[in-house]
Write a protein of this length. Structure first.
Length: 317
C-alpha cells in the first residue's frame, strides 16, 4: 500500500466509525443522483413546463394499469377509475399529429375507449389469444452465448438501415408500467464517433481504435416517481439495451458497451453537445460497434447460482 493510501486509511478510519460522518460521505458520493432526483421532482411540480413526450410516457403508464385491470377475471364496474382518469388527462396533453399517431398512443387510446365500453355494457373480461413465438430455445441460447464484445472492426460502415433495425427492439423489452423511457442517439460518421469515444472514461482499449458506429442510450426520468424510483431508468433502459446487443449480433454487428459511471461533468457536457442530447434526458450507457474483423475468446462463466425454493421455511413455522 502506498504512503498516500496508508495516510488516507489512518485519517478516515476514525471518521467512518461515526454514523453521522458516514451519512455526510454518502451524501457527497451520491450528490449527483440526489440532485438529479430533486430536479425531476421540481420539474414534475411545474406542469406547464412538461413536454408532450412526458405526457405520452404518463399515458402509457396509466393505460398499462387500466389494461391490467381489463384482463383480470374479477374486473368489476367502477374499478380502475383513478388510472382511467390519469390516462384521459395525459391524453388531453398529446396534441400533435405525430404524437397522436404514435403506436403507443394509439394503443393507450384504445384502452381508454375499451374501459369506457366495458364500464357501460357490463362486460367483465378480455380473452385475447396467446401469441406463441417461432424462435426455438436453442436458437435464442445460441445468440446469447455466441455474442462477444469485440474491439476489432472491418473498414466498413454500419448502414443507417442496420442501425434502425438494431435500435428498433429497444422498447420491446419489459419496462415498468410500460413507460418506454428509452432514447437512442447514434452516429456512423467516423469523426463524430472518435470524438464521442474520447469523452468516455470507460472506453478502455478504444482510445486509438476507430469504430464504425457509436450509440448512446438515454432515459427520460421525468416519467418516474422520484426518489423512490431513482434506479428504474437504469433498469428499464438496460433491459432494452440487451435487446439491441442481441439484435446487432444477429445482423453481424458487434456492440461493446462503454460504462458512463466514470464520467466527469465536462465529459457529460461534451457528449451532450456533440450528439445534441437535451439536459432532461439521463445518459445510461454508450456502445461502440461495427462488423468484426475477428473474434474474441469466451470468458468462463461462474457456476449457476440457482435457488429453487420448494417450501418457504416461514410457512412451516
Amino acid at each position: 500500500m502506498s504512503v498516500m493510501k496508508t495516510c488516507r486509511a489512518v485519517l478516515l478510519a476514525p471518521l467512518l466509525r461515526c454514523r453521522f460522518a458516514r451519512k455526510l460521505l454518502a451524501a457527497y458520493l451520491y450528490r449527483k443522483w440526489i440532485a438529479h432526483s430533486e430536479a425531476v421532482v421540481a420539474a414534475r411540480r411545474q406542469e406547464e413546463t412538461l413536454n408532450e413526450a412526458y405526457w405520452m410516457g404518463r399515458l402509457r403508464e396509466y393505460a398499462h394499469i387500466v389494461d391490467k385491470g381489463l384482463h383480470r377475471g374479477d374486473f368489476s364496474k367502477g374499478r380502475g377509475v383513478r388510472a382511467y382518469e390519469g390516462a384521459k388527462t395525459a391524453l388531453s396533453h398529446v396534441r400533435s399529429r405525430e404524437g397522436l399517431d404514435d403506436p403507443s398512443v394509439v394503443w393507450a387510446t384504445s384502452r381508454i375507449r375499451l374501459y369506457e365500453k366495458i364500464q357501460s355494457n357490463g362486460s367483465t373480461r378480455l380473452d385475447p389469444p396467446l401469441i406463441v413465438t417461432r424462435c426455438r430455445y436453442d436458437d435464442l441460447l445460441d445468440a446469447i452465448k455466441t455474442r462477444r464484445s469485440i474491439r476489432r472492426y472491418l473498414d466498413r460502415p454500419v448502414e443507417d438501415s442496420v442501425v434502425e433495425r438494431i435500435v428498433e427492439v429497444l422498447d420491446w423489452s419489459p419496462t415498468s408500467c410500460n413507460r418506454q423511457p428509452g432514447h437512442v442517439y447514434a452516429t456512423n460518421q467516423a469523426d463524430i464517433v472518435r470524438r464521442c469515444v474520447q469523452v468516455h472514461g470507460g472506453a478502455a482499449c478504444f482510445t486509438e481504435i476507430v469504430a464504425p458506429l457509436f450509440l448512446t442510450f438515454c432515459a427520460d426520468p421525468t416519467v418516474y416517481d422520484m426518489p423512490a424510483e431513482v434506479a428504474m431508468p437504469y433498469i428499464d433502459v438496460a433491459l432494452g439495451v440487451e435487446n439491441c446487443v442481441l439484435a446487432a449480433h444477429c445482423l453481424g454487428v458487434s456492440l461493446t458497451l462503454l460504462t458512463w459511471a466514470l464520467h466527469s461533468d465536462r465529459e457529460d457536457r461534451e457528449l451532450r453537445r456533440i450528439l445534441g442530447i437535451p439536459p432532461h434526458l439521463q445518459i445510461i450507457v454508450s456502445a461502440v460497434g461495427g462488423y468484426p474483423s475477428g473474434g474474441a475468446e469466451t470468458p468462463g462463466r461462474k457456476n449457476k447460482q440457482l435457488h429453487i425454493v420448494k417450501q418457504a421455511e416461514a410457512i412451516s413455522r
